[in-house]
Every structure is written in structure tokens, then in C-alpha cells.
Design a protein around this ligand. Structure first.
Ligand code: ASP
Length: 335
């Protein structure tokens, strides 16, 4: 029988209504079995761990990612799979960060949450957590990946984006199909799931937070870009551009980006589109960016680009190595 560790970080999934105020507040992990006794019936041994404090995922940050990754590292040999209960708001960021921090992962790490608290009648949390545990404990298919399970689909976590704050279909993976779908059966797309690693598992313990994200829009000003470039200690800039990586071609814009690069700040170009890829050089509007040394994020999500930069700049100091890694597919985050 498989041993699964369920780690509760917080989020809507574990929320109950405060009797006095009516506001949603986090509950005690031990009560998960009161709310969801069916969990005991899944064919695996489940142990639980509650993070302290449990948080709304809006409070998730680099320190907490390293804590979660380190905790998984400490518990790694004792369990066959991990399920992380997490708020949906930053779930894609956390999935991306963990995918980089957990190197040569050979066990499933499935992150799930819900749009409605577990305690509510129509909750999506019930199905999400049951299926996430079943998938983590499955004996047929090896899933050596950090995944998000939501609304009957298993996704590679670093390919996802939260796209809906209302409906149960909250996550979207525009550039990679789901790894599995839950219906009467759970059908796995084995050809998409990452192969088992050949090297030993290890946990990286550093992340650089000197990174900014700048969305290009028609009203962007020179002052704004200069202010971003002048952020003290800035080491990396993710530039969300139009379509296949296009940005304004006016001199003031290009000169401002050139100045940022001249300061040694690494600039990565990602698309604002929810599917498709940056292809610098496809239009004139991206040729200059390519020529001045902007790195193509290709079909990476903004969430994964942030996590990748935090990981690469946090763990490798040589500029050439940083650029090489940022240009490479490290965890299936680009096609
Ligand atoms: N604000 C909540 C969180 O991300 C929303 C959710 O869990 O869906 O923690």
C-alpha cells in the first residue's frame, strides 16, 4: 500500500465559516476527516501535515516555497507521493517554483485546492482532493512531476495559469494538454508525462527575489520603464509582450530596454497570450529585442518564467550559465 503525505498550506479548500462574523477562516487539518471521512477509504495510508501558519495563498512567497520544498526533501524517503492543499490564487506560481526546486523528482507531487470550501455542499474540493490522493497513490503510472489537479484534470503544474475566479474550471494549460483526465476511469496520457529521472533526487534551497515583471501595453511610458530599470538590485526582468513576442519599436522604448540590459539585468520575453509562443524575429517588432540579447521565454507561462528566473538566478552565479539555463527546457516548462 502506498504512503501519501497530505500537506495543508491553506486556501479556500480548508475554509469554514466563522460562526460570529460569517467570514471564511482556515480550519484545523485534523478536521479534514470529519469533513471528508471518505478519504480514509482510499486504498493507501494517508498522513497529514499542517503548515504553521496556514495562509491564504496571496501570502505565498519564496521563503515558504523553500520551506515546502525542504520539508518534502526531509520526508521524501518515507512517502510514495505528496498532495499539497493550497489556495488557487497562487497555485500555478507554487507549482512552478516547486518544479524547479525539486530536482530529479521521481514521485508525484500533486497540488490541489478548491473554489468552494470543503465544508460547503457543492464544494469542488471534495472531488479534487479525493482524485489528487488517488492519483498520487496510483500503482500503474509513475508521475515524477509537480502537478496541479483541478476540475477532473491533471496538469503539469508549471504549464498552468489560473484563469477563472468563479467557475470550477479554474486552471488552463494552453501549451500542453492535461496529463490525465478523470471520468469513470482515470485516463493517463503516458506519452506526455515526464520520464523517471536517472539521477538522484535533491532539493535546491535558493531563490532570487530581485525579479520584476513588466507588462507591455499601449500606454506604457518611458518613465515607467526607467523606474523599473532603476529598482535597486534588480537582476532579472520578465517582459510580457504582445502576441509572438512583439513590443513597441520606438527608439525611446528600445533604448530603455538596452539600458536595462547594459546594467547586467537579464530580460526575458514572454507572451501575454494564454497559448502560443514567443518567436523573436517573426515580426520586425521583436527583431531588435532579439538582437540586443533579450532571452526568448518561448511558450512559457509568466508564472513559470518568474519561478525559473528566481531559481536560475538564485542558484547559479555565472552569467553564461544563467543564460544557457534560461534558454533551456529544465522541467518541461517549455515545448
Ligand atoms: N484566496 C484563496 C487562496 O488562494 C482562494 C482559493 O483558495 O481559491 O488562498
Amino acid at each position: 500500500m502506498k504512503n501519501i503525505l497530505v500537506i495543508y498550506t491553506g486556501g479556500t479548500i480548508g475554509m469554514v465559516k466563522d460562526a460570529q462574523t460569517g467570514a471564511l477562516k482556515p480550519f484545523d487539518m485534523k478536521k479534514i476527516y470529519e469533513v471528508l471521512p471518505v478519504l480514509r477509504k482510499i486504498d493507501c495510508n494517508i498522513e497529514t501535515y499542517q503548515c504553521d501558519p496556514i495562509i491564504d495563498s496571496s501570502d505565498m512567497n519564496a521563503t515558504k516555497w523553500i520551506e515546502i520544498a525542504s520539508f518534502i526533501g526531509e520526508q521524501y524517503d518515507s512517502y510514495d507521493g505528496f498532495v499539497i492543499l493550497h489556495g488557487t490564487d497562487t497555485m500555478s506560481y507554487t507549482a512552478s517554483a516547486l518544479s524547479f526546486l525539486l530536482d530529479n523528482l521521481s514521485k508525484p507531487v500533486i497540488i490541489t485546492g478548491s473554489q468552494l470550501p470543503l465544508g460547503m455542499i457543492r464544494t469542488d474540493g471534495r472531488d479534487n482532493i479525493i482524485s489528487a490522493v488517488e492519483i498520487a497513490a496510483n500503482t500503474e503510472v509513475s508521475i515524477p512531476e509537480v502537478c496541479i489537479f483541478f476540475d477532473n484534470k491533471l496538469y503539469r503544474g508549471n504549464r498552468t495559469t489560473k484563469i477563472n475566479a468563479e467557475y470550477f474550471e479554474a486552471f488552463y494549460s494552453g501549451n500542453l494538454p492535461s496529463l490525465a483526465k478523470v471520468g469513470i476511469n482515470i485516463s493517463y496520457k503516458k506519452h506526455i508525462i515526464a520520464p523517471n529521472p536517472t539521477k538522484e533526487f535533491s532539493v535546491y534551497k535558493n531563490l532570487c527575489t530581485d525579479i520584476a515583471i513588466m507588462k507591455i501595453h499601449p500606454a506604457i511610458s518611458e518613465d515607467y520603464i526607467k523606474a523599473v530599470g532603476n529598482i535597486p538590485n534588480l537582476k532579472g526582468l520578465i517582459m510580457e509582450t504582445y502576441g509572438s513576442g512583439n513590443a513597441p519599436t520606438q527608439d525611446w522604448f528600445l533604448e530603455s530596454i538596452k539600458d536595462i540590459i547594459a546594467k547586467g539585468i537579464i530580460v526575458m520575453n514572454v507572451t501575454q497570450c494564454k497559448a502560443g509562443s514567443v518567436a523573436m524575429g517573426h515580426y520586425q517588432a521583436s527583431c531588435d529585442l532579439r538582437d540586443m540579447g533579450v532571452i526568448s521565454g518561448r511558450d512559457i507561462t509568466t508564472e513559470a518564467a518568474l519561478a525559473k528566473m528566481m531559481f536560475v538566478l538564485g542558484n547559479f552565479s555565472d552569467k553564461q550559465t544563467q543564460k544557457k539555463l534560461l534558454n533551456s527546457n529544465l522541467r518541461g516548462e517549455i515545448s
